[in-house]
Design a protein around this ligand. Structure first.
Ligand code: MG
Length: 336
């Protein structure tokens, strides 16, 4: 088993501003595992606020012994091995997990979505994210989002209502809202939730600080639309913690450490009656296809990564009627 990788910088089409940060590019690692003439592709997207970087990823990969990975892959043991190298660093762990799943699919001639038992006919519509920006840029972004069926809006500033009204002046598509922990007062938050519901908002992500468990739980109890935990939910043990605090959880491969643990999180969420949004970071077609392979098992999808970048090194996967289209190629179905 050969493991190779290249640090790469994804350029964002627009400066991306959320409640607490702003940036124009995202560091990623493009990773490959080779075995018996087949190559599996993986990716780590390391948005700065999650604490990983090219340097931490390279330091981690220098400690990985790829001879530990033997086909057929025993994913629970592989995850245990990767966690034993260092705690945290879920994105670079996800890159290895995704590449091994792609390779597994290619070695046994099966699509990843089939391996995970997903039904492509149940693929949810993907939302298209619009960051905080000036009115002119917002209108430009909405124009670029034409043809997409749901828009996700980043809120968390005192101009939130204006931003929604700007979008509403040009489109009636359903909206998702992500406050990225930006709201502080629970009563004001609930007023905002009711106002947003009137504006056609279908769900709200991480309204208050992830550490404000009582505040988020109170809002969930009173909210007429689903409240989804994102920053509060990273890996499998966090799913049980979300019960009674949120209506649902946002699963991202770059938080979960890859596809295997994301599937376990989906199973656990369903067992607890939690709704599931599957989301992404700024990602190429590679990590997007990995998430898309699991998306049919989720209630909502927010997998717009490839739409937000200008230098995707891979071909754009098929996208129709606001949804990713899963193909029958072995592995992820990634086209070079
Ligand atoms: Mg979010």
């Amino acid at each position: 088993m050969q493991l190779t990788y290249q640090p790469f910088e994804l350029q964002l089409k627009h400066t991306f501003t959320i409640a607490k940060f702003s940036r124009t590019s995202t560091p990623v690692i493009l990773l490959q595992v080779e075995h018996e003439g087949h190559t599996g592709y993986g990716e780590a997207s390391m948005v700065p606020y999650m604490g990983e970087s090219h340097q931490t990823a390279v330091d981690f990969l220098n400690q990985v012994d790829a001879t530990q990975f033997r086909y057929p892959f025993d994913f629970p043991s592989i995850i245990h091995y990767l966690d034993s190298i260092a705690p945290g660093q879920p994105a670079i762990k996800a890159a290895i997990d995704i590449a091994l799943h792609d390779l597994e699919g290619k070695l046994n001639n099966q699509s990843c979505w089939k391996i995970f038992g997903s039904n492509p006919a149940k693929m949810p519509i993907t939302s298209f994210t619009i960051g905080i920006d000036t009115k002119e840029v917002i209108l430009q972004k909405v124009k670029e989002a034409a043809g997409l069926k749901v828009i996700k809006v980043k809120l968390g500033r005192d101009t939130d209502k204006e931003l929604i009204q700007t979008i509403r002046s040009v489109t009636n598509v359903p909206l998702y809202v992500d406050a990225n922990q930006g709201w502080t007062d629970r009563k004001q938050s609930l007023d905002m939730v009711y106002w947003l519901k009137e504006q056609g908002v279908m769900l709200i992500e991480q309204p208050m600080l992830k550490t404000d468990i009582d505040g988020n739980a109170w809002l969930t109890e009173h909210s007429p639309i689903p409240i989804i935990g994102d920053e509060a939910v990273q890996r499998l043990p966090d799913v049980a913690e979300a019960e009674g605090v949120y209506h649902g959880i946002n699963i991202k491969l770059m938080k979960s450490g890859g596809m295997h643990e994301a599937q376990q999180m989906i199973n656990k969420a369903k067992e607890l009656g939690l709704k599931i949004l599957i989301g992404c970071m700024s990602e190429t077609s590679c990590a997007t296809l990995a998430a898309a392979a699991l998306a049919p098992q989720c209630d909502w999808a927010d997998l717009d990564g490839p739409f937000l970048i200008s230098n995707n090194p891979y071909k754009m996967p098929a996208f129709e009627d606001g949804k990713w289209v899963l193909n029958n190629q072995p592995g992820l179905g990634l086209l070079l």
